[in-house]
Design a binder for this molecule. Structure first.
Ligand code: BEZ
Length: 208
């Protein structure tokens, strides 16, 4: 099943390194970054999960929980965890879902047969407090993801939820935002500070 932006993230119950969880209950009213990796004891995955552990405080500041998945068993995840801590410098501090029967990875369309085998590709879903899917990314097995970008996307999504705005290319917090095309410049001046019209369709403002 393919999952589109705006869909409700499918709920599931599965075994994880933190014990059995039911996803929506575990997530509760947080944001979540739910991401798959191809296999335990593989080099790129070890760096990705290490980086995710090191970002725990950054995720917490954004009311966000991380959760990973591969088709390996929970015993394998637990045996691999010390390597993640050693390589990334922070002990594993988020759950890894065990999905040996592919129940969750098929629900989230994380197995792409054209990518070589029946392990999961590098999928990422950013899910909001109302359980809506707000972003999806798919990377091949050979390319590690940029978790700084995932944190930036959380910032951008949370900023755009605050007002009638969008974020321009390469935006980071503290930079000016773009007025929603749905808003006239006059209306924008009532709702946002320092509105500047570059083109009739391109107006900048301070972030709300
Ligand atoms: C890795 O995590 O290093 C990896 C896993 C599967 C294919 C290629 C690389």
């Amino acid at each position: 099943m393919s999952i589109r932006l705006g869909d409700t993230a499918p709920d599931f119950t599965a075994d994880t390194t933190d014990g059995p969880i039911t996803f929506h209950d575990w997530k509760a009213d947080s944001w979540a970054v739910f991401f798959s990796h191809p296999a335990d004891f593989t080099p790129v995955c070890t760096t990705e999960l290490g980086r995710t552990a090191a970002l725990k405080d950054e995720f917490a500041k954004r009311n966000t929980k991380a959760i990973a998945l591969s088709v390996d068993s929970v015993e394998d995840h637990k045996s691999w965890a010390p390597d993640i801590g050693e390589v990334g410098g922070t002990d594993l501090n988020f759950p890894i879902v065990a999905d040996p029967d592919h129940m969750v990875s098929e629900l989230y369309d994380m197995i792409h047969p054209g990518e070589g085998d029946t392990s999961t590709v590098r999928s990422v879903f950013v899910i909001d407090p109302a359980n809506k899917v707000r972003l999806s990314l798919t990377y091949p097995k050979s390319v590690g993801r940029n978790f700084t970008e995932i944190v930036r996307v959380l910032d951008a999504l949370q900023a755009t939820d605050k007002g009638p705005i969008a974020t321009p290319v390469d935006w980071t917090p503290g930079e000016r935002v773009i007025v929603s095309p749905a808003l006239s410049t006059d209306d924008a001046k009532e709702k946002l500070a320092n509105v500047e019209e570059i083109k009739p369709y391109l107006r900048y403002a301070d972030a709300p």
